[in-house]
Each structure stands twice: as C-alpha cells, then as structure tokens.
Design a binder for this molecule. Sequence first.
Ligand code: ADP
Length: 372
Amino acid sequence: MAEQGASPANWVLPFTPHAGESDRLRTIGALAAGLAHDVNNLLSTVAGHAQLLTRDPAPEVQRRAEAILRAARDGGALLSRLVQHARAAPSPAQPTSLAQAVRDALEVTRPRWTDPTMMNPHQFLVNAELDDATVLADPAELGEVLVNLILNACDAMPMGGTLTVCVERVGANARLTVSDTGSGIAQDVLPRLFEPFFTTKGPAGNGLGLAMASRATREMGGSISVVTSDSGTTFTVELPLCMQPALVRTSSPHGTTRARYPRHVLVIEDDADNRELFAELLEQAGHRVTTAGSGTAGLEAFRQNGADAVVTDLSMDGLDGRAVAAQIKALAPQTPVVLVTGWAGASGGYAVDRVLPKPFEPEVLLRALDEM
Ligand code: ADP
C-alpha cells in the first residue's frame, strides 16, 4: 500500500507481495513451459550468429555482438526461470558483483539511452556511481532486474533527462538505486506497480518487469521500494551483502562459464589431454583457440597468425614455457601471457602476466584472461 512520504508530492511504496501474485506467476511459468523449448531454439540461432559476429575484426561489431549474445543468454535464463515458477524450483545463485552487473546492464541498454544517429534532440545523461558490492544472486536474473529498472527509467523520460544508477554498501546490505528525472508515477498507478501484467504502456509494455524484479529481489533475501514525485522516480533495491569474492563471469542457460571478452587464445601445452581440455574450456567460454604441442610449434604459430593472449605450460621438452613467454614478450610486449604449472610454489620471476598453479578451477583461467 502507498503511504505518504516526507513531502506531500513524495510517495513511497515498500513492496510486499499480495495474495494471488504467486499463483499468477506460476500460471506464467506453466504457459512458458510449453513455449520454452521452441523459443530456446530461436535464441540458440540468435546466439550462434552473434557468436560468429564476435569474431568480426571491427570492435564496434564485436561489442554489439557480445551484447546480443548476453541478451540471448539472459533470454534463455528468463525462460527457464518462468518454467521454474511452475515447478517452484529455486534459481541458482552465486557471488556476483553488483557494480559489474550494473555495467553489463548499462551496456545491454546502451542503444536505448544513446542515439548513434544523433537525430534525436532528447538526450539522456547517464550517471553511474558504483561502489564494490558482492551479492548472492543468479547473475542473469539480477541483470534482468537492472535492465527492467533502467528501461523503465528511460521510458519515463520521453523528452530526455538524467538516469542515475548507484551502488553503495549500507551496513550489511548492498543498496542499488535507479533514478530518473521523469514526471513521476501517478497515485492511482502506484499501488498496482508490482502487479503482474499491469502496464500503462499499452501494447508496448507487458507489465512483467516490476513483478519479476520484486519476486527476484525477494528470492535473494532483499527488498524493492520506490519513491516518486513530480520531478522523478527512484527505485531502491536492497540486497544482503555476500562476503565471498564475486565470480567474474555469469553462467549461460546451459551452465557454461562465458568469457567477458572473447579472444583468440594460443594454447601451448605438450600434454595432449590437457591441451584438449584447455581448448575445449576456452572455446566453450567463447574464445577462439589455436593449439600447439610444443614451445617451438607455439612460437611458430604465434609468428604466423598472432594471438590476443597466450596460455602456455611451464615444463615442456625443448623450449619450455618460460622461454616461450620471453620470446612472445619480445615479439609483442602487449600480448598477455598466462603460465600454467604443476610446480607448487612457482609464483614469480617469469616474464608473464599470470602464473596459475595446476590444478585450477576453469573459472580461474577464464577470469585471468578477462582481467588482462
Ligand atoms: P512495463 O514496463 O512492461 O509496463 P513494468 O512492470 O516494468 O512493466 O512496469 C509497470 C508500470 O510501472 C509501467 O507501465 C509504468 O506505468 C510504471 N513505471 C515503472 N517504472 C517507472 C518509472 N521509472 N517512472 C514512471 N513509471 C514507471
């Protein structure tokens, strides 16, 4: 129920679920279950083509293809969550950086708040103040909450305005605010805001964004509230802070860790099983991979075709990983080199960017590549 805030024009709505909402969401899930398979096939086609486009040499095409890929993955995750409603199964959660999730959501929504044609006189100014905060969340679901809030804020400013997204730590919580400088939410609309299928946007809206956001934040142990006046609206999401470090990459609907920046990676490893394993892992994450079975073959491959990053084993017959790294750095000092080694305690003194002791979690290698 809406209650009046500090100023007469300032209305505050803390959201609490009302009877019937979960039944209706379950119905949505049951309906989605019938369609999920076919739509997932369509999304796979979209993702497959976008994946191919990520190899385009133009960075702008790559950036957009990556945004399409993320959206296709998130679409698949959305479908599976709708299906989960029918089964009442919980979503998988992992330590997730809220600031990074905001950056991703801003990237996905960029076409909405920038005007590449420069034809639109109504400009959006976007401010982001993002403190480091890790929360326990399904990254795709969290992203969806953020995208909904950002798109709603843009919709609320048809003449342009300022969108401000902040993440801060407040006590044991992470607080996310998404503010716009639109004309606010009417008093008769406010109590229905989080109702499934409630929309004031006609056919352009589906009325599911805020219903989804409220359910998701509740499942994450948090809350969502709104403050609105005739000079704008602020949605606030509070989520419990998670003390574990955030995993860098989100999970795809198929559970594969995805690279944030797909690259051409040269893997140099003399053990055939490990070589295949690295190649498969990196390819599944979206990287393009060239493999070489020795230091000499690896250097030759690098000289001929180059690479965006090199992963090399340390101990190999002939030219070992240390010598390979030194030569690659001499040829192309900017190329990141990761040295993997089974030697405990090998941690420094090499001309490489990272040393990863074996065995390591796949995420560790993928994170290292993303961070470099
Ligand atoms: P949809 O965006 O499809 O309409 P939502 O559940 O996301 O569905 O939003 C429901 C309604 O809440 C919107 O139709 C709009 O009237 C209102 N609303 C949401 N966010 C804002 C905002 N930032 N400013 C004004 N109205 C908003």
